[in-house]
Write a protein that binds this ligand. Structure first.
Ligand SMILES: [Zn+2]
Length: 470
C-alpha cells in the first residue's frame, strides 16, 4: 500500500505520488512568527510536520523540508517599537527560543529555515511579476494590492482550498487593517507602504519604502527553495484562509508553473488544539508555552508523545493529566525496551516484520497514530508477558528492538532516545554512590530525596544503579 493522506485541495484522501520521481519531495510548512514564545498549539503543527517528514523518509523518500521564519509582520513591528530595540535584536531572541523548544520536542531541524527579511528581493520580484501581469495594483498610499477580480478574470480560481464567500469574510478584516486604499474589499496587501509606527522597519522598493505583506513571504520563499511547483504544503487549519488561499493566488497568478501543474500538489492541515477543554487563552490560565511545561517538570518527549496521540485532523484536548498519562505510557515503553535489551544479550536480529508492516500500514492510512500506538503497546504487552515467563528468546528480543529502532525513529522516539537523566543528575548519582561507600547515609539519603523531588528514582541493576523516571 502507498502513503495516503487527506488533501485539502481535493477534500479527499489521495495516494501520495511525488511530482518529481527523481528528486527529493518538497515539503513546506509555514513557520513561526517570532514575536513571542510559541505556544503548545503552534507546536502541534510543527510536530505533525516533523512526523510527515519522518514518515516520508521511513518510506525511503528523500525530503527537502523548508520552514520559514516570519520575522517581519504587524505584531513584531509593534513589539519592536514598544521594546525600543532593533528588529533583528528583537526577533533573534525569539527565534533562538523557538529552536530550543523545537529541539526539546524532538523535531528534526528543517533543511532550510529561511527568514522573510532575507528574501525581500525575491518578494519584490514576485510582486513585480504580478504587477506586470496586471494582477497587482498600486494604491495611492504606495501600498500594492492583489486584485482578486483581475486574477479571476485571467481564468484563475480563488477559493481552491475552501468554498467561501470571501467578500463576506474579508469585510471585518478590512476595517481592522485600515486598508481603505484597496479597490475591492477582498483584495489583500502584497506590499505595505511605510507608515510612521513602522519606525526603522522598512525596505526600498519600486513602489516606495515599505515592507512585505505576510502572505507573499511564503509564496516567494517556498518557490525559491522548492521550485514553482512542489509536493506538500502544510500548516494549521487556521491558515487555510486567507493565508494559504492567498499563497495559491499569488504563486499561480505569477504564472511560473509548467502547463497543468499547480503551485502545490498536496495541502495538509492540522486541526486545532484545545487546552484543558478550552481554546487557549492567557486569561483562562490554560496558555502554555513549551518552556512553561518544561518548568512544570514535564519533558519534551512527554509533550511530543501527547501531541502525537490524536489524529492530525481531529481537534485534541491537551491537558496536564494527559501529560502525566504520557509519562506513564513512556515509562512502560522504556521499561520494556530496557528489559528487552537485557534479554537480547548481544544477539542480533532483523527487524520484526509484522511490527514494521503494521506501522507502515497505519502511516499509509492518513497517518493513523491511534493504530500506530495501539500496535506498539500490544507489542509491549506481549513482550512483557514473554519476559515475565522467561520465554523471550534473545533473537526475538533483538528483532523486536530492531523494529522499534525504525518505528521509534520514524515517530521521533528512537530507542537511543530513551530518556537519559541530564548530566547534573548523573553527577548527583555518582555523589550518592561515593557517600554510601563512605557510609555517609545521611548525605546519600538526602541525595536520593533530592533526585526523587526532581522526578527520578534510583534503580539497582546488574550493572549498578541507574536513574529512572518516576
Ligand atoms: Zn505561510
Amino acid at each position: 500500500m502507498a502513503l495516503r493522506f487527506f488533501n485539502t485541495l481535493s477534500r479527499s484522501l489521495e495516494e501520495f505520488v511525488p511530482l518529481n520521481p527523481a528528486g527529493p519531495v518538497g515539503l513546506y510548512c509555514c513557520g513561526p512568527t517570532i514575536h513571542d514564545f510559541a505556544h503548545i498549539g503552534n507546536f502541534r503543527t510543527f510536530v505533525f510536520a516533523d512526523l510527515v517528514r519522518r514518515a516520508l523518509e521511513f518510506k525511503g523518500l528523500a525530503v527537502r523540508h523548508v520552514m520559514n521564519i516570519t520575522d517581519v509582520e504587524d505584531k513584531i513591528i509593534r513589539r519592536v517599537a514598544e521594546a525600543k530595540t532593533s528588529l533583528r535584536e528583537f526577533t533573534s531572541k525569539y527565534e533562538a527560543a523557538f529552536f530550543e523548544d523545537f529541539q526539546a520536542l524532538g523535531c528534526l531541524r528543517p533543511h532550510l529555515t529561511p527568514r522573510a527579511t532575507e528574501h525581500i528581493a525575491e518578494i519584490i520580484d514576485l510582486i513585480d511579476k504580478l504587477e506586470k501581469r496586471g494582477i497587482a495594483y498600486r494604491a495611492p498610499d504606495g501600498s500594492v494590492y492583489f486584485s482578486i477580480e483581475k486574477y479571476q478574470a485571467a481564468g484563475r480560481r480563488y477559493g481552491q482550498l475552501l468554498k467561501l464567500n470571501f467578500e463576506e469574510m474579508r469585510r471585518g478584516e478590512r476595517v481592522s487593517n485600515d486598508e481603505y486604499a484597496k479597490e475591492s474589499v477582498a483584495d489583500f496587501a502584497l506590499w505595505k507602504a511605510r507608515v510612521a509606527p513602522d519606525g526603522g522597519v522598512f525596505w526600498p522598493s519600486p513602489w516606495g519604502e515599505g515592507r512585505p505583506g505576510w502572505h507573499i513571504e511564503c509564496s516567494a520563499m517556498s518557490m525559491k527553495l522548492l521550485g514553482q511547483s512542489f509536493d506538500i504544503h502544510m500548516g494549521g487549519e487556521d491558515l487555510i484562509f486567507p493565508h494559504h488561499e492567498d499563497e495559491i493566488a499569488q504563486s499561480e497568478g505569477a504564472g511560473g508553473q509548467a502547463e497543468g501543474r499547480p503551485f502545490v500538489k498536496y495541502w495538509l492541515h492540522g486541526a486545532h488544539l484545545l487546552v484543558e477543554g478550552m481554546k487557549m487563552s492567557k486569561s483562562l490560565g490554560n496558555y502554555f508555552t513549551v518552556r512553561d511545561l518544561l518548568a512544570k517538570g514535564f519533558t519534551g518527549r512527554e509533550i511530543r508523545y501527547l501531541l502525537l496521540q490524536a489524529h492530525y485532523r481531529e481537534s485534541f484536548n491537551f491537558t496536564l493529566e494527559g501529560l502525566k498519562a504520557a509519562r506513564e505510557a513512556l515509562n512502560r515503553l522504556d521499561e520494556c525496551l530496557r528489559k528487552l535489551r537485557e534479554a537480547c544479550g548481544g544477539a542480533a536480529g532483523a527487524p520484526q516484520s509484522d511490527l514494521i508492516d503494521k506501522f507502515s500500514a497505519a502511516l499509509d492510512d492518513d497517518f493513523n497514530v491511534s493504530a500506530i500506538w495501539g500496535s506498539v503497546f500490544e507489542w509491549v504487552r506481549e513482550s512483557n508477558r514473554l519476559l515475565a515467563s522467561q520465554q523471550m528468546p534473545p533473537e526475538r528480543a533483538a528483532s523486536g528492538l530492531a523494529a522499534w529502532e525504525k518505528i521509534g525513529g520514524a515517530l521521533g522516539f528512537a530507542a537511543a532516545n530513551d530518556e537519559q537523566a541530564p548530566p547534573e543528575l548523573l553527577a548527583l548519582l555518582d555523589e550518592r554512590q561515593a557517600a554510601r561507600r563512605a557510609k555517609d547515609f545521611k548525605r546519600s539519603d538526602a541525595i536520593r530525596d533530592d533526585l526523587k523531588a526532581k522526578g527520578w528514582a534510583i534503580e539497582d541493576t546488574a550493572k549498578g544503579p541507574r536513574l529512572k523516571r518516576v
